[in-house]
Design a protein around this ligand. Structure first.
Ligand code: GDP
Ligand code: MG
Length: 710
């Protein structure tokens, strides 16, 4: 393969709602450019992009797939992304490394949920966008309605460059108002015949042509004069203005395709070559320390790892974009985050599972290397002595959880490794080995995301697993102050055990007064790893208990703080004051005091009006206006408290506080309430008391388990 420099590289991501035709467009691009000799179809699992087993089963993309096409003198790097919100991590990592997004719209369905959700991310990344209305051959295709919806949602920057002359069955002609040409395709698609625009379309085409020039001329003063002089402009004359306008997101040019019939992608690729920004034309990337790095092939080498895969017939690979310098086979680079020097092995350019070796990759390019041992997604690699870090991809916080359980005993270690590998490949899958809940918890973006992970565990890692609901990390505390006494006494043969402890157990709050009527001789504050505090006060007078037994009493209390008497959850925000007791010269020892401390604490706790706390999340739901009613009337069923509602264009943002126990099911609930049109995000805020009836049930359940275990 040729070496491409930063002027001849284009980096794009195919974006859009599931089913709009991204993968089919990618396939047509690869076919048109001669990368493949036969065009596969999503339905038969024969496309280059959807090569994973799970994508064949589902007939749709699950992973972002790096591809490339050589078109004329340019190399177009393409990342084909999945459309469901559950896989948004793939979209985000793609947006981080490409220069332009190709937002694919379905001519039949118009602007969809996925379109809008992904649009928000392109705004955050400030990505230049081309809109492609695909499926214009569909018998219910409605190109102009789709364009109207796009204008309505994304603004007047949406500007038609192409439209289908005869959409629906029998579609074969695209009118291009930039080239002012009609492209007429043979029935099998491929290379069109260029014809003059038919008389009947002249007026409309002219008008659209003028609209296009006007929007571009706003960014290019000379252009308007030039146009007025000459009476027309071609793509080359408009190129500079178009590119600048695209970069500023002041134009979202609209193209149309029938990808399944291989119509329109050739012209789209020519526009990509001609007009969309080359890596050198994009603003330089800012490093974490605020320095700027531009795509200079002779600069110091710097690359950023945005993806890693591990597939049996593909291998373990890390994908990267070169941000500066030239990457060569055998080169030593420093991983800024791990501090390790890595030697780069063979370099590849990749089309799905097909890879070809290359000797070097220049600034601006995207490629892969056999997975480096100590390098992960989000790491920056660079020449020695060139210390810099590129900003990490910020992945969204998880929204759903499940506990993963192996069905085969002895597979636990294997499961641990497999889960780790899932996270390496997809950082939006988060794993927690929870000591507290005694579960392995898998977190993800939605139900489908977790199911995909399960499929990967079963098929890729050959494990046999099932999901259980993840437990809720409750906390326990008390409302009242109680004094208690416990005498631990045992006489068995020779030496016995004796300890007596009197303590006061109180709810702790910052700044509370000293225990009433007791002399404080020493105070220890123990911040608890699970939140809150234990304050332990020594108020022993007259040496009734030896000082050396106090740590043993504290230990006993702490044991019970680990396993609260209500549900076995962690206890928080307690003050314990030991104020009296008895010891025995021979029979008293630390073990005896530990037991007495534990029991005295338990007895007091149970009488101190104990209560249960549960984690509360701040949940933000983004929904189309029409569905806000259903969402609002469902929320009380989830014990959710509505905090506020704001409007955002055609959307409403509903802000609520929802208990974690309810949140676990919410992704499914919301999908079925709104046919997938609403999305939500969730963030932990605080612990709040659980309603009495629920606490009662949980307590009964806990007691049942306790007696079963005994
Ligand atoms: N009629 C028609 N169907 C298409 C076209 N492009 C894709 N499809 C079909 O639409 C479905 C979804 O396509 P796919 O490429 O998987 O969409 P993606 O989810 O956006 O990647 C598949 O059944 C395709 O065969 C098109 O231009 N016209
Ligand atoms: Mg796809």
């Amino acid at each position: 393969m040729k070496n491409y420099d930063a002027h001849h590289i284009r980096n794009i991501a195919l974006l859009g709602h599931a089913g709009s035709g991204k993968t089919t467009i990618a396939e047509a691009m690869l076919f048109e450019s001669g990368e493949i000799s036969r065009r596969g179809a999503v339905e038969d699992g024969s496309t280059v992009s959807d090569y994973h087993e799970i994508e064949h089963e589902r007939s749709g993309s699950v992973f972002g797939t790096p591809l490339f096409a050589e078109w004329r003198d340019y190399k177009i790097n393409i990342i084909d992304t999945p459309g469901y919100v559950d896989y948004v991590g793939e979209v985000i990592s793609a947006l981080r490394v490409v220069d332009t997004g190709i937002m694919v719209l379905n001519a039949h369905h118009g602007v969809e949920v996925g379109t809008e959700t992904i649009w928000k991310y392109t705004k955050e990344f400030n990505t230049p966008i081309i809109l492609v209305v695909n499926k214009v051959d569909h018998d219910q295709s409605n190109f102009w309605r789709t364009v109207e919806q796009a204008k309505d949602r994304f603004g007047r920057e949406v500007t038609v460059v192409q439209y289908p002359m005869n959409e629906g069955n029998g579609f074969n002609t695209i009118i291009d108002v930039l080239k002012m040409t009609a492209y007429v395709f043979p029935p099998s698609g491929g290379k069109p015949e260029k014809q003059p625009i038919p008389e009947s379309e002249q007026e409309r085409a002219k008008q659209l042509h003028n609209e296009l020039i006007e929007i571009v001329a706003e960014n290019d003063e000379n252009l308007m004069d030039h146009y007025l002089e000459k009476g027309e402009l071609d793509e080359d004359e408009m190129r500079h203005g178009l590119t600048t306008t695209l970069i500023k997101r002041q134009i979202f040019p609209v193209f149309c395709t029938s990808a399944r019939n291989d119509m329109g992608t050739g012209r789209l690729m020519t526009f990509i070559d001609n007009v969309i920004p080359a890596p050198v034309e994009m603003p330089p990337i800012a490093t974490v320390s605020g320095a700027e790095l531009s795509a200079d092939p002779n600069g110091k080498t710097c690359l950023f790892v945005f993806k890693s895969i591990s597939e049996p017939n593909v291998g373990d690979m890390s994908f990267f974009r070169v941000y500066s310098g030239t990457v060569k086979h055998g080169m030593d680079v420093v991983n800024e985050q791990t501090g390790v020097t890595e030697r780069l092995g063979q370099l590849f350019v990749v089309n799905g599972k097909n890879r070809s070796e290359v000797s070097e990759l220049q600034a601006g390019d995207i490629g892969a290397v056999v997975k480096l041992k100590n390098t992960h997604v989000n790491n920056t690699l660079h020449d020695k002595g060139f210390n810099l870090v590129l900003p990490a991809i910020e992945f969204p916080a998880p929204k759903v959880r499940a506990s993963v359980v192996s069905n085969r005993k002895g597979d636990e270690d294997k499961l641990g490794l497999a889960l780790h590998s899932l996270h390496e490949e997809d950082p939006t899958l988060v794993i927690e080995h929870s000591q507290e809940l005694k579960q392995v918890i898998l977190y993800g973006q939605g139900e489908m995301h977790l199911q995909t992970a399960k499929h990967r565990l079963e098929h890729r890692h050959k494990l046999d697993v099932h999901f259980e609901s993840a437990r809720v990390p409750f906390r326990e505390s008390i409302r009242k102050t109680v004094n208690s006494m416990y005498r631990h006494k045992k006489q068995s043969g020779g030496a016995g055990q004796f300890a007596e402890v009197h303590m006061r157990v109180e709810p702790f709050s910052e700044g509370m007064p000293a225990p009433e009527g007791l002399t404080v001789r020493g105070t220890e504050e123990h911040p608890l790893p699970w939140g809150g505090k234990l304050v332990f006060i020594n108020s022993i007078v007259g040496g009734v208990i030896d000082q050396r037994f106090l740590p043993a009493i504290l230990k006993g209390v702490m044991e019970r703080m680990h396993e609260g008497p209500v549900t076995g959850s962690y206890v928080r925000d307690i003050r314990v004051t030991v104020f009296d007791g008895k010891m025995h010269a021979v029979d008293s020892n630390e073990a005896a005091f530990k037991t007495a401390g534990r029991m005295a604490f338990r007895d007091a706790f149970i009488q101190a009006d104990p209560y249960l706390l549960e984690p509360i999340y701040h949940v933000q739901i983004i929904t189309p206006e029409e569905q806000v009613g259903e969402i609002m009337s469902d929320l009380p069923l989830r014990r959710a408290e509505i905090v506020g509602i704001d409007a955002d264009g055609h959307y409403q943002i509903v802000r609520t506080r929802m208990p974690l126990a309810e949140l676990d099911r919410y992704s499914t609930v919301l999908r079925s309430l709104t046919a997938g049109r609403a999305t939500f995000s969730a963030e932990f805020t605080e612990y709040a008391p659980v309603p009495g009836n629920i606490q009662h049930d949980l307590h009964q359940e806990y007691l049942k388990h306790q007696s079963e275990e005994e």
